[in-house]
Design a protein around this ligand. Structure first.
Ligand code: RTP
Length: 155
């Protein structure tokens, strides 16, 4: 077997409140599982306002910022940490474009959403942000390091 050339990375994936309310959690988790990434953290969580503001701090000057914070704190989210070779860019591909109407069919947003302001899922945009966001949303003891039984088939 040839080892992947991609670096092993971590990414923070989150099912947003609309995804939870619409019962899409299982479908979304399943796409990352089937692809072959490793789940290292998972919880249902009501996000407080200060955490939402910290997570989206780079967008705090945008006109849509208050609505974005209201949206993310409007109900529980599902927080996930995923690990794998090239997982950051690959997860962004699985998720699709920010505007669901531009997202390709087959992607999460392309299949399951219609509005940018209700785009069901978040994925970190760089390995640095993956680490930063996992640190923000999870406490140390909430993450699990483990070796999947099928690991040798996925390298
Ligand atoms: P995400 O962080 O959620 O994965 O989204 P992204 O990188 O694809 O998009 P980004 O530009 O970072 O925006 C973050 C989230 O803000 C909301 N948004 N609303 N014009 C608008 O109303 C608008 N633009 C962005 C979306 O929920 C987007 O995912």
């Amino acid at each position: 077997l040839v080892a992947s050339m991609e670096q092993v990375e971590e990414t923070y994936i989150m099912v947003k409140p609309d995804g939870v309310q619409r019962g899409l959690v299982g479908d979304i988790i399943s796409r990352f599982e089937k692809k072959g990434f490793k789940l290292t953290g998972l919880k249902l969580f009501q996000c407080p306002k200060d955490l939402a503001e910290e997570h989206y701090k780079d967008l705090n000057s945008k006109p849509f910022f208050p609505k974005l914070i209201e949206y993310i704190t409007s109900g529980p989210v599902v927080c996930m940490a995923w690990e794998g070779a090239g997982v950051v860019a690959s997860a962004r591909k699985l998720i699709g474009s920010t505007d669901p109407l531009q997202a390709e069919p087959g992607t999460i947003r392309g299949d399951l959403a219609v509005q940018t302001g209700r785009n069901v899922v978040h994925g970190s945009d760089s390995p640095e942000n993956g680490k930063r966001e996992i640190g923000l949303w999870f406490k140390e003891g909430e993450l699990c390091q483990w070796t999947p039984a099928q690991a040798q088939w996925l390298r």
